[in-house]
Design a protein around this ligand. Structure first.
Ligand code: NDP
Length: 267
């Protein structure tokens, strides 16, 4: 069923979202602060609104994808009348508490607010590897699930509006830790005449195998009373000390490993 959807914000991500909606056959209205960015979408069949409020008025499902929380509020708050009774999905990256605060505003305006965290770069939108985390108004999510699935797999992670952002940053934390260790490891193996390319070929499959163990550790984190330690702290400390020592020997920074050892939240 074709739905009336508006997209506020046509940066790299908003443009990808609007394209996916058009490809899915929906009636898409777009608005961007810099109007020129709407031109290509207009040629693809999108309606271009003269203001953000006008774009919101034209749709049953309103999607925002702008820079930050302040930009979202700048456009949503004056348009309360245009979004009342509607489903609003905020795909702008915000903190969990910013999402909850916007939720308090939305509840007072009878707006069904959903917060989203996009786990993809714009080029991946609509492709098989993309997924988007959603939290907040579950009825609104179910109502528009088929539309939201056009962006990538839609994962509803909880009624707490802060949940999507919290899962989002947690996943990104894992990603940044991995990239930091790879970058550092590349420098370390180069000190032996090796290469980051060889390290990537060896480290990639090993990390994939390790990633497959995460689910097995989850029950002990969900129920700390049932936590069964896999490795002794002594074993983990010795392993991390060795990484730290090898980094120092090759003239590389050691802060990354100091943090791990001090936290000792091994396995
Ligand atoms: P871009 O920098 O490409 O675009 C930013 C958009 O925000 C532009 O449309 C810009 O308008 C608009 N904007 C900024 N300030 C305001 C304002 N005060 N009022 C109205 N519009 C404003 O960023 P992206 O499209 O990549 O990112 C958008 C959101 O998506 C961000 O929250 C980002 O974290 C999130 N995201 C992006 C990912 C990515 O890989 N790119 C991945 C996951 C999430 P103008 O054209 O006029 O400057």
């Amino acid at each position: 069923v074709a739905q009336r959807v508006s997209v506020i914000g046509l940066g790299a991500m908003g443009t990808a979202l609007a394209k996916a909606l058009l490809a899915g056959g929906h009636e898409v209205t777009v608005w961007n602060r810099t109007p020129a960015r709407a031109e290509a979408l207009a040629a693809d069949g999108a309606q271009v609104a003269a203001s953000s409020a006008e774009a919101m008025a034209a749709a049953d499902l309103v999607i925002l994808c702008v820079l930050d929380d302040a930009a979202v509020r700048e456009h949503l708050e004056p348009a309360a009348a245009q979004v009342r009774g509607k489903v609003v999905v905020n795909l702008t990256t915000t903190s969990p508490e910013q999402a909850r605060a916007l939720g308090r505003w939305a509840a007072a305006q009878q707006v069904e607010l959903i917060d989203g965290g996009i786990m993809a770069v714009p080029e991946m939108i609509g492709g098989p590897a993309a997924f988007v985390l959603y939290s907040g108004a579950s009825a609104g999510f179910e109502r528009f699930r088929a539309v939201l699935e056009l962006f990538g797999r839609a994962e509803f992670v909880g009624a707490d509006l802060g949940a999507a952002a919290m899962y989002d940053v947690s996943i990104l934390g894992g990603m940044y830790a991995m990239f930091a260790a790879f970058r550092q490891g590349g420098a370390m193996v180069r000190s032996t005449g090796g290469s980051a390319a060889r390290l990537a070929a060896l480290m990639g499959p090993f990390l994939q195998a390790m990633a497959s163990l995460l689910e097995g550790y989850a029950p002990g984190i969900d129920n700390p009373a049932d936590y069964v330690q896999q490795q002794s702290d002594e074993f983990t400390a010795a392993a991390i000390d060795l990484i730290d020592k090898s980094a120092a020997e090759s003239g590389n920074p050691t802060q990354l490993y100091t943090v791990l050892r001090d936290g000792l939240t091994g396995l």
